[in-house]
Design a protein around this ligand. Structure first.
Ligand code: HC1
Length: 567
């Protein structure tokens, strides 16, 4: 260990601690901007400067502690330099905060408030005409970029997509796709992990709140919402709840007050996905089909494999995602059951994900001529919409999901966490193939935040070896194994975002690994407390097959619930 003094307080910490970590240990906060607790990025913004006993300035986030060090975190020199740094950043930053989606939630704005800076006194060099509006998911606004590099690390090292990178030197230095292309012209998978780490408004989702409200205000349109598994354990954070607290009932009440006609649960079509995907796996196992089979519900992952490993597309399950299955049912089964023509139904998805916006707009995702999903709101947009009509979740009582999709299983709920699809599928595939009940429904080795997990289970005489993968760097590793014929698995769940959908790019800001873990705990406690924990035991799923789909993987099911991919 090593002992040092910070602002005259003595602290003893491990040798490999930074000054920033040591200060935190004794409750001293040093301002940061480029630093992120889950990332390596350091010392780009220079705001975390501190002064040592020799009057030398150093960055607290990147300087390791030394025995006997004496540090001041707010000396005159430190404060004046920090203010100068902020002025320099602002001179190259669009300061029209009212126009910015991060207004009130911007890390730079917060620092300016602390340092009492309302406007830069330097010559402004920013060009505010550079928004990239090329796609349905993510808007990139160069005029807001502070070049902290968090997004580049996320895109290059965690997701290995490298849509974003560095260009030019010195005052021309910028963060941009190569050759200044638009995101749509790169391999961007639209996962929005770059947005999750962006401290300012340089990256944001393409908002659809106004389209949704236009539909709600139209008396001739029946507007319905589906709520994704991961949203209920995170949206509470926007209203002061701890991560992982399930606010599903309050969210339903809030959306009814917003004006939605019916509120449904994507967990229901997650159950349906398990039936369709489970039978597809069984059929591949029995008929020498292409194995390993890869799950297909995470749209950023689909974009990744289509762009980078097109020869492996036959490994993907043909199942649409639960979002799209719900959309297809809303314009067919629900439409005829309710006697409302599909053109009068406007289907909104409430999702933790920005890639879901792109998925909903894919050419093939329609039923007859109707879009399956008309608009996708991220968790953040949904919270904004609720706040915009002055509702606070806290004061609402719990409401229930509507019929005919009002019951779902714990297996559907765990889709929201990495490993959930695998566990849900194994519960059903095992019981369908063996006609025996599982003693223990918990496949705990599939759970948790690790990037690659393994599950092995004996199903009768078949040993099924599965892998659970989250984050695209890990997906790439598994795809390389398949490519080289060295993949030991039969069934592989892949989720694009670290930790699964609970860590999606549309979730409330501040998704650190610790927060992801708390959301995961929330997801598993929903499953634990569910009366139905197997998708095939959901009575409304059974009824849907009796009334409409006939049987799993039927012609009708294929028409509505399965898809194809673009090499
Ligand atoms: Fe997901 Fe899924 S789990 S992809 O992470 O399969 O977004 O939550 O809705 O479609 O069900 C996301 C979450 C979500 C789909 C389901």
């Amino acid at each position: 260990t090593c002992t040092l003094e910070i602002n005259n307080f003595e602290v003893t910490v491990p040798n490999d601690f930074t000054i920033l970590q040591a200060a935190k240990q004794i409750g001293i906060t040093i301002p940061t901007l480029c630093y992120h607790p889950d990332q390596k990025v350091k010392a780009n913004c220079r705001i975390c400067l501190v002064e040592n006993h020799q009057g030398k300035l150093m960055t607290a986030c990147s300087t390791q502690v030394v025995d006997g060090m004496k540090i001041k975190t707010h000396s005159k020199l430190v404060r004046e330099t920090q203010k100068g740094v902020l002025q320099l950043i602002l001179a190259n930053h669009d300061q029209n905060c009212l126009k910015c989606s991060r207004n009130g939630k911007c890390e730079l704005q917060k620092l300016c408030e602390i340092f009492n800076i309302s406007k830069t006194n330097l010559h402004e060099t920013v060009d505010c005409t550079t928004q990239d509006l090329s796609n349905h998911s993510i808007i990139r606004d160069q005029s807001k970029c502070i070049k902290c590099n968090r997004c580049v690390e996320m895109c290059q090292e965690v997701q290995t997509v490298a849509a974003l990178s560095h260009a030019h030197r010195s005052t021309n230095y910028s963060i941009t796709p190569a050759y200044n292309k638009s995101l749509a012209d790169t391999n961007c998978v639209f996962c929005g992990q770059c947005i999750s780490v962006c401290p300012v408004g340089a990256l944001r989702e393409r908002e659809e709140i106004d389209n949704v409200m236009d539909a709600i205000y139209d008396p001739n349109i029946h507007v319905i919402a589906q709520i994704a598994p991961a949203v209920r354990v995170s949206i509470g954070e926007e209203f002061g709840y701890n991560p992982g607290i399930n606010v599903e009932g309050k969210l339903i009440s809030a959306l009814k007050q917003v004006g939605f006609d019916k509120i449904f649960d994507t967990n229901f079509t997650a159950d349906l996905t398990i039936i369709e995907e489970g039978h597809e796996l069984i059929s591949r196992l029995k008929n020498n089909g292409v194995l390993p089979m890869l799950t297909s519900c995470s749209p950023g992952w689909i974009n990744f494999i289509e762009a980078l490993y097109p020869n492996l597309l036959p490994h993907l399950s043909s199942c649409k995602s639960p979002q799209q299955m719900f959309g297809a049912l809303s314009k067919s089964y629900y439409s005829s059951k309710m006697g409302i023509p599909p053109e009068k139904i406007f289907t909104v998805s409430i999702m933790p994900c920005t890639a879901k916006k792109h998925e909903a707009k894919r050419e093939e995702m329609h039923y007859n001529q109707y879009r399956e999903v008309d608009a996708v709101l991220t968790t953040r947009e949904t919270a904004k919409l609720i706040k915009s009509i002055s509702i606070s979740l806290n004061n609402l009582s719990d409401d229930n999901f509507d019929a005919p999709f009002g019951i779902s299983s714990g297996a559907g709920a765990i889709f929201g966490a990495s490993g959930g699809v695998m566990e849900a599928a194994l519960r059903s595939v095992y019981e369908i193939l063996t006609a025996k009940e599982l003693d223990n429904l918990d496949f705990t080795s599939a759970r948790g935040i690790d990037g690659i997990k393994e599950v092995t289970v004996m199903i009768g005489s078949i040993e099924l070896k599965g892998a659970v993968v989250n984050g695209l760097k890990n997906a790439r590793y598994i795809l390389e194994q398949i490519q080289s014929g060295e993949c030991p698995y039969t069934f592989i769940e892949v989720m694009c975002c670290p930790g699964g959908c609970i860590g999606g790019g549309g979730q409330p800001f501040g998704s650190t690994m610790n927060i992801r873990k708390e959301r995961i705990d929330g997801i598993y406690s929903i499953d634990k407390n569910s009366t139905i924990r197997r998708s095939h035991k959901n009575p409304l799923i059974q009824q849907l097959y009796e009334d409409f789909l006939i049987e799993p993987n039927s012609k009708k099911a294929h028409e509505l619930l399965h898809t194809f991919y673009y090499p």
